[in-house]
Design a protein around this ligand. Structure first.
Ligand code: GLN
Length: 303
């Protein structure tokens, strides 16, 4: 497969899609991002890397961080985590409170904010220094020691994080947070502020395409656990648009409002795209289109 040629053709073709979405504006450091940024990277399980455009430029990974907190704690704790968070898709926006009350404080899945906050609470319970441990884990997965928390971004999330605070308080009142609301939110806002490039994200997520193992054969997730994470990404990774993503793209993925989407072709590769203009569901407009073109041109979808 000539991935370089495929990336070039998608990159050129996608230029006409710019201007149709909107850069996230809920916090100033995200609102400032140049809407024309566009990068794509691929890493295969045989170790080759391909990239185009702004694929080396770090951007705010936002909700893509939910994959890392989940794989970290699932590997450490196993199936007991599913007592406190569900595995079903949600038909509401990622930061909605509607289902949470109906479901008595058990979030639908770990990729909506409520579920991610419960997972972050587990990370806070598991580690003495959750923020350091999480960053170390991500540095190790990506092989990049320069990955950082963007403190300005984290502070801005905290300043404008009324809805996340509401969700966290509701979880606490439902007995589904063990740590203080403040500690959980602080860790959550920091994980959202992590900056990585498309190529960092491909390297960090490649184990999900490789049966849970790093290319050096380290087990990061057991085979069955890995199958479960990919399945969850498939049905919940793009929130209330996961059905549309499965329909148009046909592989597991996880998006963030920084405009990134990581997607996995099981057994083959990880692909990441970054383009900050979002559609109305908070998913990258061009990113979505890029991945649709990728699976169409390569026929590398799981269906
Ligand atoms: N920081 C964002 C929030 O918690 C992340 C959401 C996202 O990327 N979809 O609202």
């Amino acid at each position: 497969m000539d991935y370089n040629m495929i990336l070039e053709s998608i990159y050129t073709e996608s230029q006409k899609c710019f201007g149709k979405g909107k850069v996230s504006s809920y916090i100033p450091p995200l609102a400032r991002i140049d809407s024309k940024k566009y990068g794509i990277a691929i890493k295969t399980v045989t170790g080759e890397e391909y990239k185009i455009g702004d694929a080396d430029e770090p951007f705010s990974i936002q909700s893509i961080s939910k994959v890392f907190t989940l794989t970290n704690i699932f590997h450490a704790w196993g199936n007991k985590i599913w007592k406190r968070v569900g595995k079903e898709p949600s038909s509401n926006q990622f930061n909605s409170l509607i289902e949470l009350e109906k479901d008595h404080g058990i979030p639908r899945n770990p990729f909506i904010n409520a579920g991610a906050l419960v997972i972050t609470d587990m990370v806070c319970e598991h580690y003495d220094n959750p923020k350091d441990s999480l960053l170390d884990y991500i540095k190790k997965l990506s092989g990049n020691n320069n990955i950082i928390y963007n403190e300005e971004m984290a502070a801005s999330e905290a300043e404008f994080g009324y809805r996340n605070a509401a969700v966290a308080n509701f979880l606490k009142s439902s007995n589904n947070l063990k740590n203080s609301v403040q500690d959980v939110l602080d860790t959550y806002f920091h994980q959202c502020s992590i900056e990585m490039s498309c190529i960092d994200l491909c390297r960090a997520c490649l184990f999900l395409a490789n049966n849970g193992k790093s290319l050096e054969d380290e087990v990061l997730l057991g085979f069955r656990q890995n199958k479960k994470i990919n399945s969850l990404m498939m049905v919940c990774g793009l929130y209330n648009e996961a059905g549309n993503f499965a329909w148009r793209v046909g592989i597991p993925g996880k998006s963030g409002i920084g405009g990134g989407i990581v997607a996995i072709v099981p057994g083959k590769l990880a692909i990441t795209v970054w383009s900050p203009e979002l559609n109305k569901n908070g998913n990258s407009f061009v990113g979505f289109k890029t991945l649709e073109s990728f699976t169409t041109l390569t026929k590398e979808s799981i269906f």
